[in-house]
Design a protein around this ligand. Structure first.
Ligand code: DX5
Ligand code: ZN
Length: 216
């Protein structure tokens, strides 16, 4: 299977968001990665439901929504209504993660769980069979343009081993500091999906950059 590419609109031009959404529509990208930050779980605030809703009106590819917020259960229904297809919550933000995953599924969305760089993949042991995607953070969440944390490669290997041991299937997605160099090693380590923000939108030809990532 080819690597799934999910460009993060956090690095898009918010003054011309429509143009960037259309660029992704026409590109070889598979998903739109939308980063929702509340200024509490992470030290930054991004954008919220009205923006997701507008993007969903013109996006022709699934919306891969990454919630970096406390108490995400309060907003699951709202993100479904806004057009989310995949809803990823942070392990560190959920006291009753199993209930949260059930709640996401009951709204007809794929459920993802994200792990901060310091959180070991072993915490997923008893939930891994219930989820569709794991989003491994390869930077500390909150900002685009940070440098990649090398420990991520071995985390992918540990996650793959856990997936095999539990005889299940899920998508392994990596978020933060992805470029052609880190992306290549991530795919070799077993990543199925790559998020890329600044590497795509700060490049001279974002459409071509997406195509280059897709080749990995
Ligand atoms: C960081 C976000 C990322 C961010 C990645 O908290 O979750 O999705 O947009 O940005 P880059 O690709 O620039 O590291
Ligand atoms: Zn993200």
């Amino acid at each position: 299977m080819q690597t799934l590419i999910s460009p993060s609109l956090l690095a898009a031009d918010f003054m011309n968001l429509k143009a960037d959404v259309e660029m992704v529509n026409k590109s070889e990208a598979d998903w739109f990665h939308l980063d929702i930050m509340d200024g509490v779980f992470v030290p930054n605030i991004s954008y919220g439901l009205p923006v997701v809703e507008q993007i969903s009106k013109i996006a022709t590819k699934p919306l891969d929504v990454h919630l970096m917020i406390v108490d995400p259960d309060r907003y699951i229904e709202a993100f479904k209504k806004a057009g989310s297809d995949i809803l990823t919550v942070h392990y560190e933000a959920c006291t009753h993660l199993h209930r949260t995953v059930q709640n996401i599924h009951s709204h007809g969305m794929k459920a993802g769980v994200s792990l901060n760089p310091h959180t070991p993949v072993s915490v997923l042991e008893d939930i891994i069979q219930d989820i569709d995607l794991v989003l491994l953070m390869s930077v500390n969440p909150g900002f685009g343009g940070q440098s990649f944390i090398e420990n991520t490669y071995s985390k992918i290997e540990k996650l793959k081993a856990l997936v095999a041991e539990k005889n299940t299937e899920l998508i392994i997605e990596i978020d933060g500091g992805v470029n052609l160099e880190t992306g290549k090693k991530l795919v070799e380590a077993g990543a199925d999906a790559l998020v890329a923000g600044s590497f795509v939108f700060n490049s001279e030809n974002p459409t071509q950059t997406i195509a280059d990532l897709k080749q990995l």
